[in-house]
Design a protein around this ligand. Structure first.
Ligand code: AR6
Length: 207
């Protein structure tokens, strides 16, 4: 198995107090996948070369769920920075499947990569859109020399993506495109999603 470490307690100063149940997999000799429970707004590894990913909407000016939590924790400067991101078409700063980057402001992480996952019941090809959201977030991170990135379960809240299907897309896409980064985290808010992600990683990355 490529599971290389499992820690059930806080695993180091860098990730704050929410570093619970971290399970670590080797994606390559230089890149690790880590799956943990917690609040992504508290996450940081490096503070100058790290980024959390926001499950935003196309307007990119905030919302509920993890988006609302990130904007509250980052402070009002984040919304101002988002507002300055040029519109692709009226009301759309980040089309579904694309990604945009801003500073992290009051967050511990230095950057926020905003991406937009599919609305599962509306998108005509939700799997392709979700894959694009993960892939383009990784592309943007590498362009900015980010070495550590943390994803939430994009589209698994109000956008209604089934957890098991989302986990397959998330983990297979990270496995395919993470090379060049040092560590890719999934920071999962709920026990049930964490369990689904962990089982999927054991199948797709373990062994
Ligand atoms: N840390 C980690 N994960 C979290 C946190 C947190 N602090 N808070 C919630 N989650 P959602 P979506 C999990 O609905 O489905 C917003 O209004 C949550 O439990 O935030 O992509 C946007 O503005 C779930 O598993 O995102 C968009 O309009 C996951 O994050 C829309 O929701 C994603 O749930 C995007 O919907």
């Amino acid at each position: 198995s490529s599971i290389i470490r499992v820690s059930t307690m806080s695993a180091g100063a860098g990730s704050g107090d929410n570093n619970i149940g971290v399970v670590e997999f080797a994606l390559s000799s230089s890149c690790r996948l880590k799956i943990q429970k917690g609040d992504i707004t508290q996450w940081s590894v490096d503070g100058s070369s790290d980024a959390i990913v926001n499950a935003a909407n196309e307007r990119m000016l905030g919302g509920g769920g993890v988006d609302g939590a990130i904007h509250r924790a980052a402070g009002p400067e984040l919304k101002e920075a988002c507002y300055k991101v040029p519109e692709d078409r009226p009301g759309v700063r980040c089309p579904t499947g694309e990604a945009r980057i801003t500073p992290g402001f009051r967050l511990a992480a230095s950057h926020v990569i905003h991406t937009v996952g599919p609305i599962y019941d509306v998108d005509k090809s939700p799997e392709a859109s979700l894959k694009n959201a993960y892939r383009n977030s990784l592309v943007v991170a590498k362009e900015k020399n980010i070495q550590y990135i943390a994803f939430p379960a994009i589209s698994c809240g109000v956008y209604g993506y089934p957890y098991d299907k989302a986990a397959s897309v998330a983990i297979s896409t990270v496995k395919e495109f993470a090379n060049g980064l040092k560590e890719v985290y999934f920071v999962l808010f709920s026990d049930d999603i964490y369990d689904v992600w962990l089982e999927k990683a054991k199948v797709l990355v373990g062994n």
